[in-house]
Design a protein around this ligand. Structure first.
Ligand code: ADP
Ligand code: MG
Ligand code: ZN
Length: 596
């Protein structure tokens, strides 16, 4: 390209832009100086541990973060001025806050886009206009097409210290991935042999199962750079930038090869290409670029692309073709041994008291992900601190498990006597009904102390990981879920909104029994949720009505069964409700005793 010619043509435009920009810059510079100076004056800092404590007390109203920065601003309840804090691991912190919000805490989390200016120390502020000026020059040159194309993106590109030993459980998955480590270390060995190494590996699994962790561990084991980006970053990007970022990412990978490229949340860019509406077209460009890049490098280049998603069904089929992500590995939730190993790893740096039994905690946490288990131990450490315990005791961990599952106890919530009675009978209803159902696990604790959004709760002992659930078990689950509502109706002859979550869960189970697991006798073993078919077309116009009727009859039957059980065991229902009104909580042993 003839650069001189082009720059002459644009000179006029360039100069006038610069004059205009200079004015803007000076004004902006002054404004920024004052804004930041002001903030400096009246902000106090809050230590990270304090911040965590305040969050767990429910004292934080608002958290303001800037992408890429570890500085946060927080608004503490009843404190006028906002405080500053530094968060060592922002990703984990955001997860923690989101967990709190999910638990019903009222925290407003604001994530602002990156603003380099705000992070600069005050001494640099004087030089600010110069920086901006330089920046604008570069920008203008780029707009004229004279500079380098595209925008420089940030990514995490460093060698990680994470090794396979840091990833607990997942033995088979690690075994499968060790081949990739080998390849990254000694590519010649493979190419000489003519062996075909996968270019792309897709990791499927729920959030928090360790996909990112294992991807980093591969890079760590092979001692190669780990270059990552997240698909969700593209969603709010300007038109055309997505594709150019993908191109940049792979340019960098080529320079750093051998290396790992990790694309998190790939479903955000790799969603099935469907219509041609604006956002979709943009995503298509990004996706197309990704496909081009993946097809473009040869296996000699020693780049392995790892991608993660928890929504495999969303992905465009083109991504899964040979030479792209032709290997897929499912990352499951940890089983009993996996959970124990994860708990061990994450308690290594914590002081556990003698009475802590990690085995029994692993048993109690079937279905939990690695991230949730790590979170439980962190919460336990916080709870132990608050309780002024020397080490983390078993009760701290048990409390943490409850906090993570049902939310934090709210002793302060004021309760009318009528509400209290209603809650007591509601929870007693669940507990009594499940006691008489063969397939339901034992009751671990019943409580009418509000926790999170729940007014009370009935906790069951956890089930060891099962592969299959029988129809009887699902039917009985429905009965147990509706036991709360049935008790309200039976005793108080009135019903409340307290059962809304039970009803939601029950309806979902009943619908799945009919449409997914083929458990309805009338409709038979048919998948009515099939993505490819249009139900109305395949099964006739009335199919929706028929499904609805089946779901309703499952629920009706379960509700009737619950009522029958409660009428039959009314004495137990009364005893338990009464005990709850007196003591607020009944544990496993006390519960069993009542039935002896
Ligand atoms: P994902 O990418 O699947 O959402 P991550 O890899 O980000 O999950 O996991 C989040 C955190 O949970 C990890 O940083 C780690 O602390 C913990 N974790 C998850 N799985 C495991 C595991 N198998 N072994 C040890 N820690 C784990
Ligand atoms: Mg992840
Ligand atoms: Zn309930």
């Amino acid at each position: 390209m003839d650069k001189n010619k082009k720059s002459n043509k644009n000179k006029g435009l360039l100069i006038s832009s610069i004059i205009l920009m200079s004015i803007v810059i000076i004004l902006a510079g002054i404004a920024i100086f004052y804004i930041t100076k002001d903030e400096e004056k009246d902000e106090k800092t809050l230590a990270y541990t304090e911040l965590i404590k305040e969050i767990s007390y429910g004292n934080i109203e608002k958290i303001e973060m800037t992408v890429g920065s570890t500085n946060v601003k927080v608004k503490v309840k009843d404190v006028e001025e906002e405080k500053k804090s530094i968060v060592p691991n922002t990703e984990a912190f955001i997860e923690l806050v989101q967990q709190k919000v999910a638990d019903g805490n009222d925290i407003e989390l604001i994530q602002k886009p990156k603003s380099v200016l705000m992070q600069l120390p005050a001494t640099f502020l004087g030089l600010l206009p110069t920086f901006i000026m330089l920046g604008l020059f570069v920008m203008i040159f780029k707009m004229q097409g004279l500079g380098e194309k595209g925008k420089v993106y940030e990514d995490t590109e460093r060698k990680t210290k994470i090794r396979f030993k840091d990833v607990a459980g997942l033995d088979e998955e690690k075994e499968e991935l060790i081949e990739i480590v080998d390849f990254l270390k000694r590519p010649e060995k493979f190419t000489k042999m003519g062996a075909k190494i996968p270019k792309g590996v897709l990791l499927y699994g729920k959030p928090g199962t360790g996909k990112t962790l294992i991807a980093k561990a591969i890079a760590g084991e092979a001692d190669v750079p780990f270059i990552s980006m997240s698909g969700s970053e593209f969603i709010e990007m300007f038109a055309g930038l997505g594709a150019s970022r993908v191109r940049k990412l792979f340019d960098k990978a080529r320079k750093l090869s051998p290396c790992i490229v990790f694309i998190d949340e790939i479903d955000a860019i790799g969603a099935r290409r469907t219509s041609n509406s604006g956002a979709e077209t943009e995503n298509n460009q990004t996706l197309n670029q990704l496909l081009v890049e993946m097809d473009g490098f040869s296996s000699e280049e020693t780049i392995i692309v790892l991608a993660a998603t928890n929504r495999p069904e969303m992905l465009d089929k083109a991504l899964l073709r040979p030479g792209r992500f032709d290997r897929q590995i499912t990352i499951p939730n940890p089983d009993l041994k996996g959970r124990l190993d994860i708990l061990k790893i994450h308690s290594e740096d914590k002081r556990l008291a003698e009475d802590v039994n990690l085995e029994s905690i692993a048993e109690d946490t079937a279905g939990f992900t690695g991230a949730e288990l790590a979170n439980i131990l962190n919460e336990a450490a916080i709870i132990a601190t608050i309780n002024k315990h020397e080490d983390i005791e078993n009760i701290d961990i048990e409390e943490a498990v409850k906090k993570v599952t049902v939310g934090l106890e709210k002793h302060s919530r004021v309760y009318s006597e009528k509400d209290k009675k209603l809650t007591a009978y509601h929870e007693a209803g669940h507990a009594v009904v499940s006691r008489y159902l063969e397939t339901q696990t034992d009751v671990k604790e019943v409580s009418i102390i509000p926790r999170g959004v729940a007014g009370g709760y009935t906790m069951y002992k956890s089930d060891e990981d099962k592969y299959y659930i029988s129809k009887t078990e699902m039917q009985e689950k429905l009965i147990a879920l509706l036991g709360g509502r049935a008790a309200e109706k039976l005793v108080l002859d009135d019903i409340s909104t307290g059962a809304s979550n039970d009803i939601e869960v029950a309806t979902k189970i009943a619908r799945e029994m009919v449409t997914k697991y083929g458990m309805s006798d009338n409709l038979g073993p048919i998948d009515f949720q099939g993505k490819e078919q249009n139900d109305m077309f395949v099964f006739g116009e009335n199919i929706g009505d028929k499904i609805g009727a089946e779901v309703k009859s499952l629920i009706d039957k379960a509700y009737n069964d619950a009522q029958k059980l409660l009428i039959e065991h009314r004495d137990k229902l009364d005893v338990i409700a009464q005990t709850l009104l007196e003591k607020e909580k009944i544990n496993e042993h006390e519960f069993k005793k009542i039935f002896e």
